[in-house]
Design a protein around this ligand. Structure first.
Ligand code: DQA
Length: 145
């Protein structure tokens, strides 16, 4: 089972970026823990990070032919991107939206997600564990369907 994990804008800055909100782990730390976790649950994960909306749209489109599902943290594009939402709809793969912080506890503008309504599920607020919860939920879903 092949899963693509997409990290959106500014997530390349994890570890340095607002550590009180996003923690001290770098994206590299998170990806290597995710690879280990994936092995244990029978999944094979690949990673993609971009600060560019168009590149994320292309990665979602390209995933169609290669992956069984996607875990995405769309970062700030969560709250603005019709293009990412449309790409998710057109790729037809199950997509889990994850956020490190609880976006519903934060500023009003973070409380609107263009992605949630087209996602299989949403995990928000468990720190970097949101990624692990999202990945295991997606793998479980794929095993059962
Ligand atoms: C985030 C929440 C977004 O509102 C923010 O713009 C991010 C990170 C999170 O993981 O908590 O970049 O997606």
């Amino acid at each position: 089972m092949k899963i693509l994990i997409i990290h959106g804008p500014n997530l390349n800055m994890l570890g340095k970026r607002e550590p009180d909100i996003y923690g001290a782990k770098t994206l590299e730390d998170i990806n290597s823990s995710l690879s280990e976790c994936a092995k244990k649950i029978g999944a094979d994960v690949s990673f993609f990070q971009s600060n560019s909306e168009g590149e994320i749209v292309s990665a979602i489109q390209d995933a169609m032919s290669e992956f069984d599902g996607i875990v995405i943290n769309p970062g700030a594009y969560t709250h603005t991107s019709v293009a990412i939402r449309d790409a998710i709809l057109s790729c037809g793969l199950p997509v889990v939206e994850v956020h490190i912080s609880n976006v519903y506890k934060r500023e009003d503008f973070r409380q609107k997600s263009y992605v949630s309504a087209v996602a299989l599920g949403v995990i928000s607020g468990f720190g970097v564990n949101s990624y692990f919860l999202g990945l295991s939920g997606l793998v479980e879903h794929l095993k059962n369907n």
